[in-house]
Design a protein around this ligand. Structure first.
Ligand code: HEC
Length: 173
């Protein structure tokens, strides 16, 4: 006995109902991943992997509010600060309005570049790049920027895409 189709109008009328029933049954079986599927499907074919080009589209622009450094990195940055900056600076130099006055609307990339180009004042560019990145993470932390899953990394394009924005009102003093 043949079960009625839910929507006969949608099916080509030329095919005998029995055949359609069989096809439909096979489809349902396949959809459920049925182990009893017949040889009708043939061998499973694997689609060729996409040849993704190494140059993907540029990452979407983000801001420092998206979580662009980690706690660990900021902690390392704190030590860098102590060793390489604290003789001339206090953290107040890089915090709150003082920081925003110079850097709001700019990018993390520009901040890092400016550090590399000018600091330490008595020997600019003398630190390893990683230290400049870490101390930048520390400055973000000083300003209450949220942490995220990944560290600030030495990728100029990524850094240039991170806008410096103010943490929400009522935060970050
Ligand atoms: C030998 C002293 C000295 C050391 C060490 C030093 N700085 Fe400076 N820094 C200065 C002086 C002086 C200025 C202000 C004049 C200028 O901009 O060149 C300054 C300015 C800055 C500014 C610009 C402030 C702004 O927002 O416009 C930043 C940022 C900065 N320093 C970060 C650092 C960091 C980070 C370190 C450690 C890696 C560091 N400095 C180490 C002396 C120093």
């Amino acid at each position: 006995m043949i079960r009625p189709f839910p929507n006969p109008a949608a099916l080509p009328g030329a095919l005998p109902g029995a055949l359609l029933g069989a096809l439909l049954g096979a489809l349902v079986f396949a959809a459920c991943g049925g182990a009893a599927s017949t040889s009708a499907g043939g061998s499973p074919s694997v689609a060729p992997p996409d040849q993704a080009s190494p140059e993907q589209a540029a990452p979407a622009p983000v801001t420092v509010l998206a979580g662009v450094y980690t706690d660990e990195q900021a902690e390392r940055g704190r030590l860098v600060f102590r060793e390489a900056c604290a003789e001339c600076h206090t953290t107040r130099d890089f915090r709150g309005e003082t920081f925003y006055l110079s850097w709001e609307g700019s990018t993390v990339g520009r901040f890092v570049t400016s550090l590399v180009d000018t600091m330490p004042d008595d020997d600019p560019g003398s630190l390893p790049m990683q230290h400049y990145l870490d101390v930048t993470a520390y400055v973000l932390q000083l300003n209450g920027m949220p942490t995220g899953a990944a560290e600030l990394a030495d990728r100029a394009e990524t850094l240039a895409g991170i806008r410096i924005e103010r943490v929400g009102e009522g935060e970050g003093g």
